[in-house]
Design a protein around this ligand. Structure first.
Ligand code: G4P
Length: 194
């Protein structure tokens, strides 16, 4: 997605050869116009899949998911990472290990929002090692729901998540695939010309 690539080049900060900071439009401040475009792009790519719900994870997955949900006219469910006062029972849970942060979070979704009739689109902001996506797939499986695919805003192609998911025959649609962050520079797997 050209506008997303341009935004990454213009505003993204390469913190190391592994970490791209995009706080100005995705992870802290949010650019609603770009987010709307992102939602439209996900909706277009999964238009024929008869999606009934979008499943994401708090917090940065929520904005692109809401925009896609608006476009597809389906509800958006976000897995919680922290315990909630109101979310206390009848939960689907999965343990998600973050290699980046060296911590494991138990993520949870109420079982009242997912059924085996659901066809899900999973969305997240970043795909790195794929652990968050695997946790969401686990929750979908517990619900007996089918998964049409995974929509990712920024995939870091040099980390293993993309391969891990595609090897499982899961459709992964990334709107920007970063091939390398070497020498303080963002290189994309494919440069989008139009
Ligand atoms: P994984 O789920 O693919 O295995 O990713 P990992 O554990 O490595 O990432 C943990 C958190 O760091 C996730 O967000 C993920 O989106 C984010 N992340 C991973 N690589 C990058 C990167 O290069 N740049 C940025 N900006 N974020 C990255 P989170 O902790 O769940 O945060 P949030 O959703 O609450 O914002």
């Amino acid at each position: 997605m050209k506008s997303l690539q341009e935004k990454i080049v213009k505003e993204g900060k390469v913190l190391s050869s592994h970490v791209l900071k995009v706080d100005s439009f995705l992870n802290h401040q949010i650019d609603p116009k770009l987010m709307k475009e992102i939602g439209e792009e996900f909706a277009k790519r999964f238009a024929d899949e008869k999606i009934t719900k979008i499943l994401t994870i708090e917090s940065s997955g929520i904005a692109p998911s809401v925009m896609a949900g608006l476009e597809l006219d389906v509800p958006v469910i976000f897995a919680r990472k922290r315990q909630s006062l109101t979310l206390t029972q009848d939960l689907f849970t999965a343990d998600v290990h973050s290699y980046t942060k060296q911590e494991t979070n138990r993520i949870a979704v109420s079982n009242s929002f997912l059924t085996k009739q659901d066809r899900l689109l999973i969305i997240d902001d970043f795909l790195a090692n794929g652990q968050a996506a695997l946790g969401l797939l686990d929750i979908a499986e517990q619900a007996g729901a089918s998964v049409a695919g995974i929509g990712i805003v920024i995939e870091k192609g040099f980390q293993e998540g993309g391969n891990l998911l595609r090897e499982k025959q899961i459709r992964v649609e990334s709107l920007a695939r970063v091939q390398s962050l070497e020498d303080g520079k963002v290189t994309f797997a494919e440069e989008v010309l139009s």
